[in-house]
Design a protein around this ligand. Structure first.
Ligand code: PRX
Length: 686
């Protein structure tokens, strides 16, 4: 762990100060699902892992497990070994006897004139079984196969995930806002047999032609020597195929009409061992290649089910709306699996929250009676900016407001609490990662005080600490920042990185294996944090080459590699640049080869290349050409210097650089380009 990655005191000071604690109102606490602090003791890892039996008991098992935790091969922990279960049975079938008529999803199309579609648990079961039967009988998919789902926020996405889960097929969902190229790369890495996609969808008032993107994904996959056996295409509006790219038989198959003629007989669920894979979710990391975070069945579902119950306090009579996209981990854990495990009713919204205007979320919430709302600081900031008084004019019965994905500053927190929640609702700031399956830090909302700007204490069963550069634990209240690490395993942690056990061990378990902890396997989050005397953590941000844009993780290496594909670009470096709405946006510095054309043309080409490689979400805020990037004598680009200069801060000690004069040039280029705003905010989906 190089010292450079631990934030300095100056960097911490730019963050907000610690705020005072606010107790949950009795109107909330009196009915919360956890009212007994004993859960912390029960799950205390110093007593061993047995406390997690309570979480496994929340699930329906086909065969009981033999052991709670097999830790014989660290850091590859295996939970509830010997037990078997099926995820779709837990999400759907077990609710059918008593609650077949309860709504599982209210599907809200972006077009406000289109009707909201209510899908009951009974109907969801029918749709999932029909698709599972088709995948099994017609396409011979069996347990352990991989299928990539490249679908927007429509019911077909959870239906396809659950149909795969029913068969034990491992789903790999690729966010529909990612480019075809990025999707292709993920198809290859997961060696998916099939791709399931849709003709298109509506976003920001526009038709997005997803099938055209899927064509590019298939091409990219072929170019990398992996041929899909088939591409199955849903129609956004049944009976009206709307993509400009036609369906080319025999590899491409129209799924919607085929499903109409498929037998509606139930498709028997395939029982899976607790540690069989449920899904792969790709996430950005330090190197250019995305990591396939590979999650299991029993451990993952127990963690997600328990945290949905105890942190989101979700119950079957709640109407819950999580505004994330299912294409990210938040959507997997807390739109699909968690809420269905507890049998709640969820809102599934297709589009941009502020379409056609800022009042849309409040209209939807009032109309459907949303009680639990879950979104990101970026969305909260955007809605507040558009009209801070708006939520007051609507009457949604919110009782819990969740936030996730990036630090929320107290000002935004207070607005959420007061204007959206009328101080009646509790605010829960949940900190976690794709890798962790579910929440790690959060308050238990019925019994623990909220603290604006702090994600809260570690959840029961989680042993979180912060570590300095030497690997020493920093005690709570030290006022110093360190790397957040988790000492004992917990059931939600991923099984590993798909096809890359070494990378799993090296990335997450080597960095904190030092000093007195050399014989321990401490999970490294790669986030810096401070820890106050009351045990609450404040997250300061990533310490690796990951940039958090609007709560979405982007790998700077991926962006830099895309920039380097443009002829004439010699070097590229991405740094986060503060943004009042998105938290941070990517700022891309390039140095050009002497013979290339005008820098401005190159900047536009680089921006296009990044969007093509990753998707509009990664569009650089600005591309800044310079003759030379600041480097150490060993040739390492000094991103720290670039980041400081871009923010108008002192660059610190630059005497050790190989080319200290480059700093002045960078400063001038930043001043020129950011003051005229060549590229400007991307305005793309967040
Ligand atoms: O930097 C942390 C930030 O998001 C990263 C994880 O991103 P991802 O795997 O995409 O998962 C996002 C949804 C869980 C973390 O390493 N992060 C997540 N939640 C918070 C946060 N930063 C501060 N506060 C949070 N509540």
């Amino acid at each position: 762990m190089p010292a450079e990655i631990v934030p300095t005191e100056d960097e911490i000071a730019v963050h907000w100060r610690e705020e005072s604690r606010i107790d949950p109102p009795p109107s909330f606490s009196d009915h919360a699902q956890i009212r007994d602090p004993a859960l912390r003791e029960q799950l205390d890892p110093s007593r061993g892992p047995d406390g997690f039996r309570a979480y496994a008991d929340l699930l329906t098992w086909d065969r009981p497990y033999d052991r709670v935790l097999d830790d014989s091969n660290p850091p590859f922990y295996r939970w509830f070994t010997g037990g078997s279960l099926n995820a779709s049975v837990n999400a759907i079938d077990r609710h059918l006897p008593g609650a077949a008529n309860r709504v599982a999803f209210h599907f809200v199309p972006e077009d406000e004139s289109a009707p909201i579609e209510a899908i009951t648990y009974g109907e969801l079961s029918g749709k999932v079984n029909r698709l599972a039967r088709l995948l099994q009988d017609r396409f011979a998919l069996t347990a352990g196969d991989r299928v990539t789902l490249y679908l927007p926020m429509v019911p077909e996405l959870p239906i396809a995930m659950l149909a795969c889960a029913r068969l034990g097929v491992i789903h790999s969902v690729v966010f529909s806002g990612f480019s075809g190229k990025a999707a292709g790369e993920r198809i290859v890495d997961s060696t998916s047999r099939f791709l399931i996609t849709m003709d298109g969808y509506f976003r920001n008032g526009q038709w997005i032609d997803l099938k055209a993107q899927a064509d590019q994904a298939a091409r990219e996959s072929r170019a990398r020597n992996h041929s899909l056996e088939g591409v199955l295409v849903f129609e956004r509006t049944p009976g009206r195929y709307q993509s400009t790219s036609r369906i080319r038989a025999p590899e491409e198959i129209a799924l919607t009409p085929l499903l109409e003629t498929t037998s509606g007989d139930p498709c028997p669920p395939v029982s899976r061992e607790s540690n069989d894979g449920l899904f792969i979710m790709y996430s950005s990391g330090t190197t250019g290649r995305p990591k396939g975070c590979f999650h299991g069945t029993g451990g993952y579902l127990s963690w997600v089910g328990a945290t949905t119950r105890y942190v989101l306090d979700l119950r079957p009579d709640d109407v819950y709306w999580c505004m994330a996209d299912i294409g990210w981990i938040t959507g997997h854990s807390y739109i699909v699996y968690g809420p269905l495990l507890v049998g709640a009713t969820s809102v599934l919204y297709e589009g941009l929250p502020q379409w056609p205007d800022a009042a849309r979320p409040w209209r939807i919430s009032e109309h459907l009676g949303v009680t639990v709302l879950h979104t990101s600081p970026t969305a909260i900031r955007a809605l507040r900016r558009l009209d801070p008084d708006l939520p007051q004019r609507y009457g949604a019965p919110f009782r819990l407001l969740c936030t996730v994905g990036e630090p929320i500053e107290p000002e935004t927190w207070h607005w959420y609490h007061e204007m959206v929640g009328h101080r009646r609702a509790v605010v829960v700031d949940t900190y976690w990662q794709t890798e962790t399956g579910g929440h790690l830090l959060a308050t238990l909302p019925g019994i623990e005080a909220m603290k604006p700007g702090s994600a809260g204490p570690a959840l029961p069963g989680i042993t979180a600490s912060i570590y300095d550069e030497a690997g020493r634990k920093l005690p709570p209240g030290s006022g110093r920042a360190g790397i957040l690490g988790i000492e004992h395993p917990w059931p939600g942690l991923m099984l590993g990185i798909w096809n890359d056990p070494d990378r799993f061990r090296k990335t997450y378990f080597e960095p904190l294996r030092r000093g007195v902890w050399a014989d321990r396997w401490i999970y490294c989050t790669h986030d810096a944090a401070t820890w106050s005397a009351d045990g609450y953590f404040r997250i300061l941000g990533r310490t690796d080459d990951v940039i958090n844009v609007a709560g979405h993780r982007l790998g700077s290496k991926e962006m830099e590699s895309a920039a380097l594909t443009v002829p004439g670009i010699a070097e590229a470096a991405v740094v986060p640049y503060p943004d009042p709405v998105k938290g941070a946006v990517p700022l891309l510095f390039i140095s050009t080869q002497k013979t290339c054309g005008p820098a401005r043309d190159l900047a536009a080409a680089v921006s296009r290349a990044v969007v093509e490689a990753i998707g509009p979400i990664a569009r650089p805020y600005a591309v800044i050409p310079v003759a030379d990037l600041p480097k150490t004598r060993s040739g390492k680009i000094m991103r720290r210097v670039l980041r400081a200069v871009a923010r108008g801060e002192e660059a610190g000690d630059v005497t050790t650089l190989a080319n200290p004069e480059s700093v002045t040039e960078v400063r001038n280029a930043v001043a020129e380009i950011l003051s005229v705003g060549t590229t400007g905010p991307s305005g793309e989906r967040s």
